[in-house]
Design a protein around this ligand. Structure first.
Ligand SMILES: Nc1ncnc2c1ncn2[C@@H]1O[C@H](COP(=O)(O)OP(=O)(O)OP(=O)(O)O)[C@@H](O)[C@H]1O
Ligand SMILES: [Mg+2]
Ligand SMILES: [Zn+2]
Length: 254
């Protein structure tokens, strides 16, 4: 036998032995039964089904922690899910369905930079639903979402004018997240500077094909007046939707 033939034989024997070794039972999980060494290669010898479940649980915990720490979603709204919204009218049911579809198909809508404007009365669940969308996206897609009031955004940028931090950095922090919720639009007087700064953020997102949810107590036309046609145009581009919340306030209900 040649040296090369010798080598091939011992190599083939090694491969066979390894296959046999990997096919042997590595352990028996009380819940999922027996598993082989091969199945437990990446799990440190533990049951692969238990290991996978534990991995998912840890991932969910990490995503929730990131959501709690970095999204800016107020504590009051962090635990709410879309399922917690009980539609008080058929119109509210349709609005919920549209928002649910948006959250579930976020990879598609997000890629298209598709925006939502939530307009309407106080206490109708706008903030709750927008935050629940952020939670859903953070958990299901592991994407970073950010929530802020218009006031907060403007103040955050203006705070850099004293020389601490750069305006560009702050704007980037609002442009980068997979989804931005801008709440309470139109609450303030709306100086030219404020409008300009909001334009900076919303246009930055538009240019980068990043979706935004804008929330306001104003009528849709009022939001257009407040933000300006150029911003409204961008929000409505590529299938953006205006959702009007015109049912009774949920606050103060027992
Ligand atoms: N349909 C609903 N089902 C369950 N809870 C609701 C519903 N609508 C509102 N809520 C609850 O009522 C409270 C008010 O809702 P939320 O703050 O989302 O209203 P809003 O539309 O943002 O009001 P505002 O315009 O004053 O900011 C929240 O605690 C929210 O969780
Ligand atoms: Mg609100
Ligand atoms: Zn198991």
């Amino acid at each position: 036998m040649t040296q090369a033939g010798d080598f091939r034989q011992s190599f083939e024997r090694l491969v066979r032995e390894r296959a046999k070794y990997l096919a042997e039972i590595a352990g028996i999980c009380p819940e999922h039964g027996a598993y082989t060494r091969g199945q437990a290669l990446d799990t440190g010898g533990r049951c692969p089904t238990c290991w996978e479940r534990e991995k998912k649980r840890r991932e969910r915990e990490q995503r929730l922690a990131l959501f709690a720490e970095r999204s800016g979603v107020p504590l009051r709204f962090q635990a709410h899910t879309l399922a917690d919204f009980v539609p008080p009218t058929p119109a509210a049911g349709k609005t919920l369905a549209a928002i649910q579809a948006y959250a579930e198909d976020f990879p598609v809508h997000g890629k298209a930079g598709r925006c939502i404007v939530m307009a309407g009365r106080t206490g109708t669940g706008k903030t709750m639903l927008a935050c629940a969308v952020c939670r859903h996206i953070a958990l299901s897609h592991g994407a970073l979402c950010r929530y802020a009031t218009a006031y907060h955004i403007v103040r955050d940028i203006k705070d850099t004018y004293g020389g601490n931090g750069s305006e560009r950095e702050i704007v980037r922090g609002y442009v980068e997240p997979a989804l931005l919720v801008v709440d309470e639009v139109g609450v303030q007087y709306g100086t030219d500077t404020e409008k300009l700064l909001l334009f900076e953020v919303l246009n930055g997102r538009y240019e980068n094909m990043k979706p935004t949810i804008v929330i306001s107590n104003l009528e849709p036309a009022g939001i257009g007046d407040y933000l300006g046609d150029r911003v409204m145009d961008r929000l409505m581009d590529n299938g953006g939707a205006v959702l009007v919340f015109d049912w009774q306030s949920h606050r103060g209900r027992k």
